[in-house]
Design a protein around this ligand. Structure first.
Ligand code: FES
Length: 396
């Protein structure tokens, strides 16, 4: 071991070995190494060392396998909602717990492995250092690199390829698991599914599209009632057969000056509690049904192309704000304005719900309505423009 110069020049530093640089670094940092001992004798591999290596390897392997299982479950598991009693209900039920268990255990086992590795392979050392201020100079930087190299070598991780590989795999897969869930936010907005009471999955449709005479799926228009949400819940989660949550609204149900939120209620779904819940949860479905007082109805200005959309003094406007899709559910009867609580957009209820204040730039779409032979309110077709905020493909 050569003598360590006190103030080494770059040429001195080039000549020094890693061990010299480590010693120089500890001296310059005023680190006093009181005790240092390798865990295992150098040059021979004892059975105890092999056993220790096996233990650490098993923890890292388990961590990697569980992280991989998390990724596979996240991507391939049949996670779509299934009601109790339906095929695949239990697979659906265990999806979230499985994700939690696999990623939780993976992180736990990685931690166990790291602790075991440190205790069994990193040399024991007791050092004392005095603190000092100021930035590090060149010699400091070089010596710290040498110290890190020294740690790497003495930890023996470099030559324990399987253990190192599994540690890397565990860390890598856990990192991947952290960003994988972001994949759930990636959605193809043009991909059409089956047209249901929640729309077909694209931004152009809603549950009311079922009533359109030109449905995107080519099927004939269905009769879709305006459904009132009764708020019914069942303590055991099992509604009796035929017991629905939405009910039809009769033309005489709403008092003059009143407003009510309504949801699409297809004739085929009357009394189907689950279908009603899908309708209520359809993100573009909510509509404000309003009955103007006669003096207000006389002042209504209709939009070109929507002259026949109302039924008498009953008007139906989308409740989804055209700014950023909050519910515009505040109706100020005195000023005849709909207010959106999110960014204070205001819409004139008497002039086809056009925006008159705030960031919203488009009127709330109006739903054409009519009354059937029994006096119930029904959709007389679909909205003639997309509901909600702007998106690239919309033309209006
Ligand atoms: S979402 Fe309605 S004003 Fe912004």
């Amino acid at each position: 071991m050569s003598e360590t110069p006190k103030n080494p020049s770059p040429a001195d530093l080039d000549r020094m070995s890693d061990a010299d640089l480590v010693r120089l670094g500890t001296e310059m940092d005023e680190v006093d190494v009181r005790f240092r001992e390798n865990r295992w004798p150098e040059g021979v591999t004892t059975r105890a060392e092999k056993r220790a290596a096996r233990t650490v390897t098993i923890w890292f392997a388990l961590s990697a396998v569980l992280a991989l299982a998390f990724a596979v479950i996240y991507i391939a598991w049949p996670w779509e909602y299934r009601g109790e009693g339906e095929d695949g209900y239990w697979l659906y039920m265990v999806y979230t717990p499985l994700l939690g268990v696999t990623i939780g255990l993976s992180i736990l086992f990685l931690g166990f492995g790291a602790v075991q590795f440190t205790k069994k392979f990193v040399p024991e050392e007791i050092s004392v250092q005095t603190r000092h201020d100021g930035p590090s100079d060149e010699a400091d930087r070089r010596t710290i690199v040498a110290e890190l190299n020294d740690s790497w070598k003495t930890s023996t991780l470099g030559r324990r390829k399987v253990m190192g590989g599994l540690l890397g795999a565990g860390v890598g897969l856990i990192g991947l698991s952290a960003i994988l869930p972001l994949g759930g936010m990636i959605k193809n907005p043009w991909k059409r599914g089956e047209l249901t009471v929640a729309g077909d999955g694209t931004l152009h449709t809603t549950g009311w599209t079922l009533a359109s005479s030109s449905r995107p799926d080519g099927l004939p228009a269905e009769k879709v009632y305006l459904g009132r949400d009764t708020g019914k819940v069942f303590p055991d989660g099992h509604p009796p057969a035929g017991e629905g949550r939405l009910v039809r609204i009769h033309v005489e149900d709403l008092a003059a000056g009143g407003l009510e939120s309504v949801f699409p209620l297809p004739e085929n779904d009357l009394g189907d509690f689950e279908a009603h819940m899908h309708s209520i949860h359809g993100v573009r479905n909510a509509v404000m049904l309003i009955r103007f007082r006669p003096e207000d109805a006389a002042r209504v200005i209709k939009r070109k192309g929507q002259e026949e959309f109302n039924y008498g003094d009953l008007y139906a406007y989308s409740k989804i704000c055209t700014h950023l899709a909050c519910p515009t559910s505040l109706y100020e009867q005195q000023t005849q304005r709909f207010l959106c609580p999110c960014h204070q957009s205001q819409f004139n209820a008497l002039e086809y719900a056009k925006p008159i204040f705030g960031p919203a730039a488009r009127a709330l779409p109006q739903l054409p309505i009519a009354v059937d032979s029994e006096g119930y309110l029904v959709a007389n077709g679909d909205f003639i423009e997309p509901v909600g905020p702007a998106f690239w493909e919309r033309r209006s």
